[in-house]
Design a protein around this ligand. Structure first.
Ligand code: BGP
Length: 492
């Protein structure tokens, strides 16, 4: 027996890349609604346009330092990917029926904070927004699909970014606490699996943190992280109080991490790099306190995080029930990075690995890396794990006969699911679920492109915002259906 009988199989989505309806049903504006599309082929990064306090305007990427007082603005006649995304807002019933048909018993989605609290910190929630998600969860229940709900997926309300400097401020944390209390209360009995903050380790993005001077002001950066950890811990604690049957997990952008060589300096560079990039976050959220190297680093940099009484206690009490992560590729570290060639990967850059092939977007393909990290995570924390994103972003061709023959995606899925099976069977890791990223085509988070497709279901929409959003089953749809309905046994 490999995959356990009750293994959770599904697809993963995020509101800012999938839902659309950005100004319908009483929804307020979020920072991500101002992020334009990019173009990987022409090397155009996704950007925001800001109005600066001196009256000038400036375009900046989500990773750059946003000057104090800068306010994102929306231009007319410009395509903003989140506005319609791939229109789950109007297609949710059809899409849930498709997930069912594909054999899923699990479905990952995120809530738009501003659909429920239009400004993020309103006194009362927007009932229409609450009912929108409630209907989705009821439909899931009817279909026998367990929802997995991300409380925050790269999503900061515009008002909180503009008026409070996002997650630097305690006000944003308190607003988040109110938001999660509302959703745990209103969706009690309908949702039992939750993720707190998507890819919390990629918190250096304006669309997620809403903060200014995030690079030039380390104090801001660390304060923001502290508040994100507290937000997550509060969610875990409150979620358990409201419904003790809730299972609440963290979400980290994982990757296998390798030293470039066996030179001890390269090995140590990997230790330091992976500590900073990923283990720090897992350690805080599973163990409930900062690791010693981080405490020392803060001291060295003369950073004193502002804490309220009870914060440290909350971190301890709000440790997660399971460890979940996205896995797309692996990263390489060297002591002398300047002498190496770099390539893109999930929202960061890494040294190129000469042993691995990469996707058209430069992300290495490394199924064995998944087995390595499943072992490392399980050895380190000994709690159940879920892979909540994994998949291949590729250009698909819709043939004249209406088919999409994505054998490359089938290979990717087969190789990764085989590895999961080995990790369970041979290494005994406690893996309880798998949601393939973008089981249906979505807007790419990193580049804002539609042409970077992950889905097993094609959505008729292009990079200029044309298309009728019709859904077409790709060849991989039928492959995944076979895998899911055989509980991962039939992988040929
Ligand atoms: C993860 C995010 C997703 C999605 C995915 C694929 O980081 O959680 O939101 O963006 O990556 O990335 P991309 O769309 O850039 O290929």
């Amino acid at each position: 027996m490999s995959f356990p009988k009750n293994f959770l199989w599904g697809g993963a989505t995020a509101a800012n890349q999938y839902e659309g309806g950005y100004n319908s049903g009483g929804k307020g504006l979020a920072v991500c609604d101002f992020l334009k599309g990019g173009d990987n082929i022409r090397h155009i990064a996704r950007k925001f346009l800001f109005q600066l306090p001196d009256g000038t305007q400036k375009e900046l990427t989500p990773f750059e330092d946003i000057p104090q007082g800068a306010i994102p603005i929306m231009e007319e006649n410009t395509y903003y990917p989140s506005h319609d995304a791939t229109d789950f807002y109007h297609h949710w019933k059809e899409d849930l029926a498709l997930t069912k048909e594909m054999g899923c018993n699990f479905f990952r989605m995120s809530l738009n904070w501003t659909r429920i609290y239009p400004n993020g910190d309103d006194e009362k929630p927007n009932e229409e927004g609450i009912v929108f998600y409630e209907n989705i969860f009821k439909e899931c229940q009817k279909l026998g699909i367990t929802p997995l709900v991300t409380l925050n997926h790269f999503d900061c309300p515009l008002h909180l970014a503009n008026a409070y400097d996002g997650w630097v401020s305690r006000h944003t944390l308190e607003a988040f606490e109110r938001f999660v209390t509302t959703v745990f209360t209103r969706y009690k009995g309908l949702v039992h699996y939750w993720l707190t903050i998507n890819e919390i380790n990629l918190n250096g993005m304006y669309m997620m943190n809403g903060i200014h001077e995030q690079n030039s002001n380390i104090q801001n950066k660390e304060q923001c992280r502290w508040h994100l950890f507290l937000g997550s811990a509060y969610a875990v604690k409150k979620g358990h109080e409201i419904d003790p049957t809730n299972k609440i997990g963290l979400m980290i952008a994982q990757s296998a991490t390798y030293p470039y060589s066996c030179k001890p300096e390269d090995v140590f560079a990997e230790v330091k790099g992976s500590n900073e990039y990923k283990w720090f976050y897992g350690d805080v959220m599973v163990r409930g306190y900062y690791p010693s190297w981080k405490v020392k680093e803060l001291e060295r940099n003369h950073i004193t995080i502002k804490k309220d009484d009870g914060d440290a206690q909350l971190l301890k009490e709000g440790t997660v029930d399971f460890y979940s992560f996205s896995y797309y590729s692996s990263n390489v570290y060297a002591a002398d990075p300047k002498n190496h060639t770099f390539t893109e990967t999930n929202l960061v850059q890494t040294i190129q690995n000469p042993y691995l092939k990469a996707t058209d977007w430069g992300w290495t393909i490394d199924p064995l890396g998944l087995r390595i990290i499943l072992n490392q995570i399980y050895d380190r924390y000994q709690i159940p794990m879920m892979i909540v994103e994994n998949g291949l972003g590729a250009i698909d061709k819709l043939e004249e006969d209406g088919t999409v023959n994505d054998d490359y995606r089938i290979d990717y899925m087969r190789n990764h699911i085989k590895i999961m099976k080995q990790a369970i069977e041979e290494d005994g890791v406690d893996l309880i679920g798998y949601t393939a990223w973008g089981f249906i085509d979505l807007v790419s988070g990193g580049t804002g492109e539609m042409r970077k497709r992950y889905g097993f279901i094609y959505v008729n929409r292009d990079d200029d915002g044309n298309g009728d959003f019709s859904r077409i089953r790709k060849k991989s749809f039928y492959y995944m259906q076979k895998v899911y309905t055989s509980n991962g046994e039939d992988l040929d």
